[in-house]
Write a protein that binds this ligand. Structure first.
Ligand SMILES: Nc1ncnc2c1ncn2[C@@H]1O[C@H](COP(=O)(O)OP(=O)(O)OP(=O)(O)O)[C@@H](O)[C@H]1O
Ligand SMILES: [Mg+2]
Length: 354
């Protein structure tokens, strides 16, 4: 088991909210959208049968298939424990026929990576007029592409590390010139740290790029930010408590995410409450700015001067027993069943599919 610190906040007050209080909520804690449309839907949907027949889409064909199978099993079991009429579908090339044949009322989409998290399946579900959880076509497509996400963030003034776009014909010398070392070399459209390397010297760049090119035609070389690694879960119009991840490995790679027991997850994250709130608010706004909605996760690093640098948005983050959103939700007093029901309710939100 990974170590997961969930010490409660010692003293609830304005600067130190009680367990269960949202860290950030659009429109403020007292009012705002959450108290409107979605909450109404939540109330009308307290009867799990009101969701109708639900298809849980998992698996798929991306490099993150194995993780999605695990996330899917977790989600399906939790929905069924809540008496939702839910069925699992391992999404293959016949996924649309399966959905049409099964006469489903809505989809809980827990496909990670390309094909499932990038607007492709979302567009197809729109054609089928099947409501689905999470972000719509635009937010899914944009955030699957780390380069375009950063372009939008930079344009809007959100802090994200400087980078160089790397194609097969890029002069690698430009990376050292523009960024120095170390850099993160990463595929533009991948997840779970697949194909990512930390490169500390020029002679290792070509090998890191070769690894990246196994996963995508375009890579990013991004300035390496040394500091603490954090993630902000988003649920509806709320930001969940931040989690700080700590690994003895050189970064939070695939091993650290899914395979080793040496990763530590700190929640509360250890930041002063007002700073945590500011960063949660920044992450929520950065999430909304790229068209994401419903639920997800924003990953960031705080440098040595505690300045935040946004790395990326995940619109369908992991739901395995190692995953971060369930941990952050638990720290906010939201158990797995409540979490999956709230995510399912995002399929009711009008305009979620825009
Ligand atoms: N610029 C950077 N500076 C420091 N560390 C970085 C940087 N970019 C990536 N990393 C490290 O690599 C990890 C994965 O990076 P990133 O979140 O961009 O990729 P991902 O594969 O999409 O991850 P996810 O599993 O969240 O989908 C980060 O959690 C961090 O440990
Ligand atoms: Mg990440």
């Amino acid at each position: 088991m990974d170590a997961f610190a969930t010490e409660g906040r010692s003293c609830a007050n304005e600067a130190n909210p009680p367990r269960g209080a949202p860290l950030f909520k659009k429109g403020g804690i007292q009012g705002g959208f959450w108290c409107g449309a979605l909450e109404q839907h939540m109330n009308t949907a307290t009867d799990p049968k009101a969701f109708g027949k639900v298809a849980v889409l998992y698996g798929g064909w991306s490099a993150e298939r194995e993780i999605s199978l695990k996330s899917g099993a977790t989600v399906l079991a939790a929905l069924q424990r809540c008496d939702v009429d839910a069925y699992g579908i391992d999404a293959g090339t016949d996924v649309l026929q399966q959905l049409a044949r099964g006469k489903y009322d809505r989809v809980f989409n827990i496909l990670h990576g390309r094909g499932g998290e990038d607007g492709v399946i979302q567009g197809a579900l729109e054609v089928l007029r099947l409501p689905y959880t999470g972000s719509g076509v635009l937010g899914s497509a944009l955030t699957m592409n780390k380069r375009l996400t950063k372009v939008v963030w930079q344009q809007l003034g959100f802090p994200t590390p400087p980078y160089v776009v790397v194609n097969r014909d890029t002069d690698l010398g430009a990376i050292e010139e523009q960024l120095g070392f170390p850099v993160a070399v990463k595929p533009t459209r991948e997840g779970s740290s697949i194909g990512i390397s930390k490169v500390t010297r020029a002679e290792d760049l070509a090998e890191a790029c070769e690894l990246g090119f196994e996963h995508d035609d375009t890579l990013l070389a991004e300035r390496w930010i040394s500091g603490g690694e954090y993630t902000a879960g988003v649920l509806g119009d709320e930001a969940l408590p931040l989690i700080r991840m700590e690994t003895p490995r050189s970064f939070y790679d695939y091993q650290a995410k899914y395979l080793t027991d040496t990763t530590r997850y700190h929640c509360p994250c250890g930041l002063p409450a007002d700073q945590e709130r500011d960063i949660a608010a920044l992450c929520w706004r950065a999430f909304e700015a790229v068209g994401a909605s419903g639920w997800g996760r924003v990953d960031l690093i705080l440098d040595e001067r505690f300045r935040p640098w946004l790395l990326e948005v995940n619109t369908i983050p992991g739901m395995t027993d190692h995953s971060l959103v369930p941990k952050a939700a638990a720290a906010a007093g939201i158990d797995l069943e409540t979490l999956v029901m709230r995510i399912l309710a995002t399929s009711l939100k009008e305009g979620a599919q825009s």
